[in-house]
Design a protein around this ligand. Sequence first.
Ligand code: FAD
Length: 407
Amino acid sequence: MPANPTTMADESLLMKVPAWWNCMTGFEEMRDKARLVSEQVLRPNAEISDREGTYPRASLQALADAGFGAVTIPKEYGGLGAGCSGFAILAEIFAGYCASTTMVWVMHTAAVQTLFMAGSEEQRQRYIPHVVRGQIGGLAFSEPATGGHFWNVVSKAPRHGDGYLLNAHKSFVTSAGEADWYIVETNSPDSPLSDPLMFLIVENNQEGVVAFPFDALGLRGNNSGPMKFNDVFVPEHNRLGEEGGAGFYNDTVIDPFFLLGSSACWIGIAQGAISTAVDNAKKKIHADTGQSVANYQVIRHEMAKAQILVDSARSMLYRVAEKMDEATRKGELLSSCLYPLWELKTHAADIVIEVTNKALQISGGRGYLKGNIERFMRDGRAGAIMGPTNEVLREWIGRTMIGVPWL
Ligand SMILES: Cc1cc2nc3c(=O)[nH]c(=O)nc-3n(C[C@H](O)[C@H](O)[C@H](O)COP(=O)(O)OP(=O)(O)OC[C@H]3O[C@@H](n4cnc5c(N)ncnc54)[C@H](O)[C@@H]3O)c2cc1C
């Protein structure tokens, strides 16, 4: 009978994976803190949130209490000042425990960063201290009329007294009815600019704000349901930036932060799935052969293929995040990083499907039963259809490759 390598544990013979391969240098302490809160709060709540479709309120508050409520905001405003690298590492860690919490947190972080970049000093002072303590922001962009083309919404908010009258139907809003405020993308028919897109801050408790339920394959704690904004009056002081011209912030804040954070989420799910599958394979011993499932070479090859896929996406993630931080330090716009972000998101959302599928196969019947593996698979499936979808991104990449405008 061949030796069972899963029972041999001579430490000196083991290959050590270098620490820098799995975490950007300098972020180890933050990663460990993220793991601790994830172990203590996110992990036990994840299964309940998925089963019952409940919003992960306690997990989100635990993240804020741990100092992760405003991670990309500078320290002088009460944020963590962790930059894009910190954002990416944290999202990746959280996703290995609870993808619903992670996606809510990614949307929230992108919303907070947009408020910070597009907002006035008064708006920063009004909102940032509260998100540091646990308030949640959301992004209400996609509309049924234009689907995944969220940069082409049809809703309007004409001027009305000393503000705007917003009427909008949004198809998917993560944290719908649960966030404290939303950045709503709409059009200003009164804008003097060629780009009529306008961002408005709408509070959840305002009259005319209606949220609908979300019952989906995965990310079931997200409350990513539709929302309607019926004759909602938005005072001028809740307009972010100019009356029009918000497309600039789509390219320089929303897309860069959402693409980075969501990619980290898909990578974290994929790593969570393959790590769980490896664990399952080591523990399952066949009585007839005396071998663990991990001792079958064909299974180990599937593990290796999955891990290489995860690490390929993670390498892209770290490289892009570091470049985004470098661009920020140099005062460059993050639109300079869009092309690599398109490749990163497409790859991360593709590999999470392949890796979770392999994890289920490696885990056998146990992987097919209700539990972590099948949840990782359902949660990760959202990546390719979340905007910009993988079809749209491949088209933009292909257009760029042949030298024609991407949009
Ligand atoms: C869990 C979840 C959370 C979400 N959270 C938010 C949120 O917080 N805020 C928000 O604004 N939106 C959110 N969305 C919406 C998301 O970003 C996309 O807009 C949405 O998933 C796209 O779905 P759709 O049915 O509208 O796509 P459609 O545009 O109808 O697409 C259907 C299919 O056509 C393809 N397709 C579309 N356009 C093209 C094209 N030009 N070329 C080639 N193929 C194309 C798509 O790739 C897809 O395969 C969320 C979606 C999900 C699933």
